[in-house]
Design a binder for this molecule. Structure first.
Ligand code: XLS
Ligand code: NI
Ligand code: NI
Length: 439
């Protein structure tokens, strides 16, 4: 059933860059082909359930001003079904091919383990029907193991194994639901896996718990035959002072330590990258280099403060850079472009949800075109290849292949009396190439 709250919103169409219609795409032309794939196939856009359909606009200073037409007074089965109607009506109008959800986003509130399972199953049945009738599928699912007070000291890293058992129940249920709903991936964001003070924390034990839990999740994935990917979402802090999944490189070290680097990848969020002191493209390229690139939670932070403000992306240069490295690395496979972004608190009308997503999709389509042009021109790549060309043969190639030892390298330096000439890194020249490519 369609929800009537969007009756006044037309189906969002592509009208081209000259259009003045705020409820139309200017750049996101879903079926346009770029480098052999349509824009829709490249980006695999997803709308997130939590910020868009669950959040009521509340912040730490006050109650939520949104008053969404689909938010009932109590979060029971009927309210969950109404929210589901609203979500799929929104997807139909926007034309996004995917969505993402946490278990608790879609289901009515539940307290006990039995209640959780019963209520989750009830709504997953309804979600399955919706997906079957609509053009929007599931990109990824995840379990929310951070909002309920039971998780205040973490989920799998909790000092109390009973809390970990509850987390195991949620993950088992949500992973199985994701599988059943045809999801392409399953995400584990660290939530409260970290700590606020070392004074009450057995760090070594917590890391062991985290590793064992992840191993159990991977085992279960194989047991049920889920063919999608599992991704960890790095974040350096917030909510905990120290989060174990700090950034892509830290996650990789952790995966290596557990022997799971071939099993688990990363879901990168630009606002988390900047909180970790990196930029977006650094995290993308690091994941590509380590072969753990999975998916992206597109958003942006505020350069002047240190929070996860989760604003919709609007920086064309930043996103051109990120998409360049995504395309260069082969693009999305199971992953996609999820908008883990929320409208500002005063943007309280349903139109604002459309403006936000239209803007984000237009931005990504434009950034994708820029990135494709950059890649096809080979300007950056040929510069970089030339810069490292010395490694293709001679002592450089011998060192990398393991044929040359430290001794061989040192002897080579003496024998050939090397005197390497300093060369320009040409940063400004390269930045100008980006300036020219960003349109
Ligand atoms: C929070 C995270 C969260 C994950 C899903 O900062 O971005 O929204 O994406 O649990
Ligand atoms: Ni996220
Ligand atoms: Ni976030």
């Amino acid at each position: 059933m369609n929800h009537s709250c969007f009756d006044h919103i037309p189906k969002i169409q592509y009208e081209g860059p000259e259009s003045d219609n705020p409820l139309a795409f200017k750049y996101y032309d879903a079926s346009r082909v770029i480098m052999g794939k349509t824009i829709e196939e490249h980006l695999r856009v997803a709308v997130c359930y939590w910020h868009t359909f669950c959040w009521d606009g509340s912040d730490v200073f006050g109650a939520g001003p949104f008053n969404r037409p689909w938010h009932g007074p109590v979060n029971d089965n009927d309210a969950a079904l109404e929210k589901l109607d609203a979500a799929f009506t929104f997807f139909e109008k926007l034309g996004n091919p995917y969505f993402c959800f946490h278990d608790v986003d879609v289901m009515p509130s539940a307290e006990t383990p039995g209640e959780h399972v019963e209520k989750f199953h009830f709504i997953v049945d309804a979600v399955e029907k919706k997906i079957a009738e609509s053009a929007t599928g599931l990109l990824w699912g995840t379990a929310n193991m951070f909002s309920h007070p039971r998780y205040m000291a973490g989920a799998s890293t909790n000092p109390d194994p009973e809390v970990v058992a509850f987390a195991a129940l949620q993950v088992r249920e949500c992973l199985e639901a994701t599988h059943r709903l045809g999801g392409a991936g399953y995400v584990l964001w660290g939530g409260r896996e970290g700590y606020d003070t070392i004074l009450n924390t057995d760090l070594k034990r917590e890391i062991a718990q985290l590793g064992r839990f992840l191993t159990m999740v991977v085992e279960h994935k194989h047991r049920i035959g889920f063919k999608g990917d599992i991704w960890i979402e790095p974040k350096p802090h917030e909510p905990a002072r120290h989060q174990y999944d700090r950034d892509v490189a830290t996650v990789y070290g952790f995966l290596k330590n557990c022997g799971l680097e071939k099993e688990v990848g990363v879901n990168i969020e630009p606002n988390h990258a900047t909180l970790a002191g990196h930029n977006f493209e650094h995290e993308v390229e690091m994941a590509m280099a380590l072969d753990i690139f999975g998916s992206i939670d597109f958003n942006r932070g505020d350069p002047q403060n240190g929070w996860d403000t989760d604003q919709f992306p609007n920086d064309l240069r930043e996103n051109t850079m990120a998409l360049y490295y995504i395309l260069k690395g082969g693009g999305f496979k199971n992953g996609g472009a999820n908008f883990d972004a929320k409208v500002r608190r005063q943007s309280r009308e349903v139109e604002d949800l459309f403006y936000a997503h239209i803007g984000g999709m237009d931005l990504l389509a434009r950034a994708l075109e820029n990135a494709a042009r950059l890649l096809e021109s080979e300007k950056l790549i040929s510069f970089v290849n030339h810069r490292y060309a010395g490694w293709d043969s001679g002592i450089g190639a011998d060192m990398l292949s393991g044929r040359a030892s430290l001794e061989d390298m040192a002897a080579n330096a003496l024998d050939t009396n090397i005197s390497p000439a300093p060369r320009s890194g040409r940063q400004e020249y390269l930045e100008n190439i980006i300036t020219q490519a960003v349109r």
